[in-house]
Write a protein that binds this ligand. Sequence first.
Ligand code: PLP
Ligand code: COI
Length: 361
Amino acid sequence: MLASAFVRLPHPNPTADDVRAAAIADPQFGRVFTDHMVSIRYKEGIGWHDAKVMPRGPLSLDPATAVLHYAQEIFEGLKAYRLDDGSMALFRIEANAARFNASARRMAMAELPEELFIAAVKEAVAADADWFPPVAGGALYLRPFMYASEVFLGVKPASEYHFLVIVSPVGNYFKSGAPAVSLWVSEDYTRAAPGGTGAAKCGGNYAASLIAQSEAIAKGHDQVVFLDAAEHRWIEELGGMNMFFVMDDGSIVTPPLTGTILPGITRDTIITLARDAGLAVREERYAIDQWQANAQSGKLTESFACGTAAVVTPVGKVTRGDASFTIGAGGPGQVTTMLKDRLVGIQRGLVPDPHGWVTRL
Ligand code: PLP
Ligand code: COI
């Protein structure tokens, strides 16, 4: 199938200008959706076909659709930005396309040609370009996803898939607007085990993380920290973000990609930006005991989480059982702020993009 072969169906009843303006005035995260979606079908023997941009609306699923039973589902998350000159841009979309197929392989699903993934996301942004929220940090959050659409109850990889892109105008992920978030360490629940699906962006990983995230919220924290499944000792990541630790000598540690954490595109970007800034970055295991001891002794000065939705989010406080410890002065540190400013500057077209990460639309 050619990446240019999208049929664009007219919308019979697009959102009125005043209704849209009210919806995007304070969109928060993931609650507002645009008028269109992109849809592409796959069937074994036929391949990818029936690509269209269409009015956003409910899907009709047979109760025996495979995804409803065995959870063959994967997704991506990336943002489109409106730049100062009025143009639009995507950040590292090639990396999202590649990770989508890595997830597809792990979940025994059909791979989508990368150029088709990229074309589908561009079609979605073009269809809803008037939905950019006029708020600080505002963007269009793109959610490409794919589910097993075959109607069949046998346990095997499906032979039919449905790929879609939906679009959500978003503001900040953390509604508190606090300068730093508070984390709660889950010492019982783990997110992913060696050999499992931790490195894939599949819905099941998130389903498995929700009970721990709910416990964190119930105890008054913003996010849960997951430890490794084997020893319950090594810090892995948060429910939807990767972790970084900044030492008093300016060096940075982040957990290595051992197959149990998501290979975050923001993580990879931050590693590159930190090295560009002359900082030493070590991808190595960091124990929860070390985090606590080093924060208390002052050897560790900053910690932050990062991801597409959360951008760079400083960590202020960590609770583990009955004990809590504060990171630095409890607010955003110098290195965190510098890295965030560089990242956002490139994404928003305010500073040069030496690595060619930005795609102008
Ligand atoms: N870890 C998890 C579990 C995530 O859901 C995300 C968000 O996508 C990340 C890390 C960060 O990944 P990225 O920077 O590619 O958004
Ligand atoms: C993203 O950052 O894109 C994610 O998928 C994480 C989720 C918490 C929204």
